[in-house]
Design a protein around this ligand. Sequence first.
Ligand SMILES: Cc1cc2nc3c(=O)[nH]c(=O)nc-3n(C[C@H](O)[C@H](O)[C@H](O)COP(=O)(O)O)c2cc1C
Ligand code: SF4
Length: 518
Amino acid sequence: MTPVIYIPGDSGALALGADKVAKAIEAELKARGKEARIVRNGSRGAYFLEPMVEVQTEKGRIAYGPVKPSDVKSMFDAGLLTGGYHKRWLGAPDKIPFFAKQTRLTFARCGVIDPLSLDAYRMNGGLAGLKKAVAMTPAEIVKTVTDSGLRGRGGAGFPTGIKWKTVLDTAGERKYIVCNADEGDSATFADRMIMEGDPFVLIEGMAIAGVATGATKGFVYIRSEYPHAVDKMRRAIEIARKGGVLGATVLGSPNAFDMEVRVGAGAYVCGEETSLLNSLEGKRGVVRAKPPLPAIQGLFGKPTVINNVISLASVPIILDKGAAFYKDFGMGRSRGTIPIQIAGNVKHGGLFEIAFGLTLGEIVDDIGGGTATGRPVKAVQVGGPLGAYFPRALFDTPFDYEAFAAKDGLIGHAGIAVFDDSADMLKMARFAMEFCAIESCGKCTPCRIGSTRGVETIDKLAAGIEPAKQIELVTDLCNTMKFGSLCALGGFTPYPVMSAINHFPDDFRPSPIAEAAE
Ligand SMILES: Cc1cc2nc3c(=O)[nH]c(=O)nc-3n(C[C@H](O)[C@H](O)[C@H](O)COP(=O)(O)O)c2cc1C
Ligand code: SF4
């Protein structure tokens, strides 16, 4: 048996030197006259262990990490090809605590298989959902997705089945499936990981959405900062087309569905669904007023399903294993699993897929291992740049849409950014306002003007100019933005700002120097 060595080709692993490790392994094989098949898999998501090299042995896979090119020679000396012990030895990947504690439904194959092997995809459970879907009526597919309790993973948590039903029930000579892969939130990388590590699962999810709603064309809108994901998706679409998964007869059924990739130009607001549709149509990325909903009048004015990558990639397993199977995971109205992305100042950064319900404290302290600096955790921003800052006092909040909303926070795309006690929350509040000012599409006044006034007011606060008045002004401004903005960019910026003010009041008190000057 020719040994197989897995070296991630995922951008995160590449950034940590995976290509150099691959070159060193190839050179060492050559120098020793040994043969091995090298597979560039995706990442399993434990970025603190990347580049994580795995070797297929007779007893299963053995992982090593984080591997440096300088480790390679001694790894071969230690018997890498048969899983021999070395200081980078991690054992069976499934037994590594970071992976053993997860429930991998959507990411089951990510980091495990060759991302561009349709055979490997099929052999590992791929296409089973689509096979079932083409034998069902559209209404049955939609009902399965609705019954599973799946809610949009892009941020708003809207029930996916209800969106699909609206498109199914709306007449249109052409309908579209649009996948939102703009992934602009800070601390998020789940969409990128799936597109680079298991692109066929997204293609399968989009094809199922097409069969369910009568849409025959799909677009994946990917941010320009993701060149590897763009490349993987394009190649995977080509392979899926050749393999009969896409095209005039999806898996030999009477359903037609094809898709293509479009690359965004790098505006955060183009992740907002209507702005994204404008961008896809070649227009400026400005938010559209709703109604009409995209489900009724979306891309080119036609009924359109627009879903996040993870929402769509979660559909194949729902169709394969059934709604009840998926719904069994989670808590309250948050059903299934969620890929939590742990980032910022944290020891064990990475993607952790688990059923909803883990508390924020468990995620940060137990899974994330606390801060990388070793200093106490001060704040955790959950849900991207529009999410609230949570203090340690709220660490008992379970990861659940409603529980977070009850604490004036949001789960969003499930990215969490950890900060230690050196973080200045006034600066973080200012950053939130500044971010909104820079990224605002300019369509509505509370966001366009309010965010700039917000920056100025926080600057006055920092300078110690009438602090009580500035806090009152910012609070008033946040209320106007929250209730008067057209979309969540202006509407949610108050969350990071007000959570910083409310939970960390000490950072907003004038410094003794400023007080003395006043
Ligand atoms: C400013 C802004 C940025 C957004 N960025 C993204 C994004 O990058 N990816 C995403 O899936 N949804 C994003 N959304 C949410 C989308 O508008 C929309 O709710 C989502 O694509 C719907 O898919 P889902 O139901 O599967 O979550 C953003 C929303 C706003 C207001
Ligand atoms: S809230 Fe901001 S980004 Fe959203 S529509 Fe208004 S101006 Fe545009």
